[in-house]
Design a protein around this ligand. Structure first.
Ligand SMILES: Cc1ncc(COP(=O)(O)O)c(C=O)c1O
Length: 433
């Protein structure tokens, strides 16, 4: 566009863009490919963030770029509600086929994860004729009003933005490293799941609850993986009370955990599954896929939006599904094993790493000041992110205490890049201690 430097662009940004939309790094990108980002001054960075979990198939994956170009030359927008187009219905069909659950499904599209969440709540309430939604501690579901209400973390997501939406109730999440019940898996016998029955007595009547919305692996909340058996129990209790299970796979889905959907690791079949982020490798697209009879409950005209399921984004989505084939998922699994091994190795050397956890290549490490007290090391995580960036590695933190370093590296990263990234990460963990 121009030859401006990072500093010049930053001055332009500060003058013209509010501070609310945050920035992890002070650089501007010129181009990105695979797992590497080049800034406007020609400096290259290994990308362990994938644009916050959006680039599972890699920046500018060839098949995706070709699909986008082809579609842009044919037509860009007619609005699905005015003149329909094939990419929308084809991608819907593909998602209905590949999402967990061997029953008739339907899919609608929106533009962002938050919008998928909003639509799933509308559909669940309409279909069940019940008002309440149960969400979880540490959950993140987006920044629109309902999605923000369902989100748990106050700073920065909710602080100052109330009042929030009514009829949202919050359960403790199975966070084994900091068990809300003070128990240990597996001796706990999954008290956290059984607690739902108590919750119906103390918080909200079961027959008022339309749905439980949950992330299969909490993303922004700190890469928290529920123990095996949890979701099966939760789903059984939901079924007993006619409550829908909405699985928010916006961050954990689309190959992120080494399987197409994280739910597959838990052998649980959600009633509604939400996709976003990596679904279209960077074009704004999200999906709500669910049992056909639920999805068809709202009246004609009750769902939709001007841009939802834009044809270019849907073409990109089809290309992403083509790319996330067995080979790519196999590579993702190997990458996950490799990352786990390296992080566990770091943990054995550095006291500051309290916990290493994740599913496949969706993995992170929780930093603590002291392994006994588990006092969160949020400032240290912030320093680590900054120092890594200064040395050419883009990595993100997460967690309600901002003390979890998470890896959302594109699944196509090559061995040299991975090693280079890890060297920078380890060097800086060492510096911290
Ligand atoms: C699990 C989950 N749900 C919903 C969202 C919201 O997605 P978006 O930022 O596209 O609105 C996110 C984004 O980080 C997410 O991780």
């Amino acid at each position: 566009m121009s030859n401006r430097t990072n500093q010049e662009l930053m001055a332009l940004r500060e003058q013209n863009v509010p501070r609310g939309p945050f920035n992890v790094t002070p650089i501007f990108v010129r181009r990105a490919k695979g797992a590497v980002i080049e800034d406007v001054e020609g400096k290259e960075y290994i990308d362990f963030s994938g644009g916050i979990g959006v680039e599972n198939v890699g920046h500018c994956a060839e098949q995706v770029v070709t699909a986008i170009k082809e579609q842009a030359e044919q037509f860009i927008h007619t609005c699905f509600h005015v003149v329909m187009y094939e990419p929308y219905v084809e991608l819907a069909k593909r998602l209905n086929e590949v999402t967990p659950g061997d029953f008739p499904k339907k899919t609608m599209f929106a533009n962002s994860g938050a919008e998928a969440v909003e639509n799933s709540v509308k559909i669940a309430r309409y279909a069940t004729k019940r008002p309440a939604i149960i969400a979880f501690q540490n959950a993140f579901h987006g920044r629109t009003y309902m999605a923000m209400t369902l989100t748990s973390q106050t700073n920065p997501y909710k602080m100052g933005f109330g009042p929030f939406c009514p009829e949202v109730y919050r359960m403790p999440f199975p966070y084994c490293y900091r068990c809300p019940f003070g128990l240990k898996y597996p001796d706990c016998d999954l008290r956290c799941a059984d607690y739902l029955e108590d919750f119906f007595v103390t918080n909200v009547a079961a027959d008022s609850v339309a749905a439980i919305i949950v992330e299969p692996v909490q993303g922004e909340g700190g890469f928290i993986v529920p123990p095996q058996g949890y979701f099966k129990k939760l789903k059984a209790i939901c079924e007993k009370h006619g409550i829908l299970l909405i699985m928010d796979e916006i961050q954990a889905g689309m190959g992120r955990t080494g399987k197409l959907f994280a739910s597959e690791h838990f052998d649980v079949i959600p009633d509604i599954i939400l996709t976003g982020k990596s679904i279209a490798a960077g074009l704004p697209l999200s999906g709500v896929t669910g049992r056909a009879e639920l999805m068809d409950a709202p009246h004609v005209g009750g769902l939709g939006g001007t841009y939802g399921g834009n044809p270019i984004a849907c073409r990109a989505g089809i290309a992403v599904l083509d790319t996330l084939n067995k080979d790519m998922l196999g590579k993702a699994k190997k990458l996950g094993d490799n990352l786990r091994k390296q992080l566990l190795d770091l943990q054995s050397k550095y006291e500051i790493i309290g916990d290493v956890r994740g599913l496949g290549p969706m993995i992170g490490m929780e930093l603590v000041k002291n392994r006994e007290t588990k006092e969160p090391a949020g400032d240290e995580a912030g320093k680590l992110v900054k120092r890594c960036y200064e040395q050419g590695l883009i990595v993100l933190s997460c967690g309600v205490y901002h003390n979890v370093i998470r890896i959302l590296v594109p699944l196509v990263i090559d061995d040299d890049q991975l090693e280079q990234g890890f060297r920078i990460l380890e060097g800086n963990v060492k510096e911290l201690v």
